[in-house]
Design a binder for this molecule. Structure first.
Ligand SMILES: CC(=O)[C@@H](O)[C@H](O)COP(=O)(O)O
Ligand SMILES: NCC(=O)COP(=O)(O)O
Length: 250
């Protein structure tokens, strides 16, 4: 039986990070997204952090306008629903822009980068109303989660549609003897998610080396969102060749 297709969503945060060091508008975030979509990326991811250090609210709207012209591609907006994410999502919806998926990430304000998932039962009560609001806006809700099989039923119970498995521990183990043990953790977590009816996404520090083994070993990965390594590769190879290389890994 053939393996399920995994979508590649390109996170353009790091393009905005470089752009924000001057007031010249280059490199263009929308141009980067266009080139990635033209090369076959299945979607675009943004993580508009409250400190606006990379993708900013205006970028979210401009990318939404861009994605209107690509109706078969997905827009994934990540962030903390207890900070700015829902406000951004309400504005996206009010402007009639695509709002396909909201990925809830439990980052603190000004966090260096995402480094953990939601925890149950402690986060359950506060997540339920914000998940309900996001779904009422028409978005699929994905919860950023550590690869803990025992947590997946709780993620389903609070109303999530998917989980995004936080893959930094896997990526960090790639060149070590822990690689297979890490892969087994993610395989078991994904299976637990699938068993309770959740879709499975994955992301953080995935790259051209570690991506193939992940999607071949972990069952049912619907989408990977990749930013840091992919944009670093694009500095050397260009967006189009880089996206094609990541697609070939899958
Ligand atoms: C949730 C997640 O893993 C990504 O959004 C990652 O945090 C990218 O954010 P930065 O580009 O700010 O590191
Ligand atoms: N959700 C993960 C993401 O969007 C990108 O993470 P990274 O590849 O920048 O680590």
């Amino acid at each position: 039986m053939s393996r399920q297709h995994t979508a590649l969503s390109v996170n353009v945060n790091k393009v905005a990070l470089v752009r924000n060091t001057r007031h010249l508008g280059i490199p263009s975030v929308t141009r980067a997204a266009t080139l990635c979509l033209q090369a076959g990326a299945h979607g675009i991811t943004v993580h508009p952090r409250p400190d606006q250090r990379h993708v900013r609210t205006g970028d979210v709207f401009e990318l939404g306008e861009l994605l209107k012209a690509w109706p078969d591609r997905e827009y994934n907006i990540e962030g903390n629903p207890f900070h700015n994410l829902l406000e951004v999502a309400r504005d996206v919806k009010a402007r009639g822009l695509p709002l396909h998926q909201l990925t809830f990430v439990p980052d603190s304000q000004g966090q260096f980068t995402s480094d953990h998932g939601w925890a149950f039962p402690s986060d359950a009560q506060r997540l339920m109303p914000v998940i309900a609001e996001a779904r009422a806006l028409g978005a699929r809700v994905s919860l950023f989660m550590d690869p803990e099989p025992a947590q997946m039923a709780a993620a389903k119970a609070v109303g999530a549609d998917r989980v995004e498995l936080y893959t930094e521990p896997y990526a960090a183990a790639w060149h070590t003897a822990e690689r297979d043990a890490q892969l087994e953790r993610y395989r078991a977590a994904a299976q637990a998610a699938l068993d309770v009816g959740l879709g499975v996404n994955a992301g953080h520090d995935l790259n051209r080396d570690n991506l193939g083994a992940f999607v071949r070993t972990v069952p049912g990965v619907a989408e990977v969102s990749i930013g840091h390594a992919l944009i670093a590769d694009a500095l050397e190879m260009g967006y189009a060749e880089t996206v094609r290389a990541y697609l070939a890994c899958m």
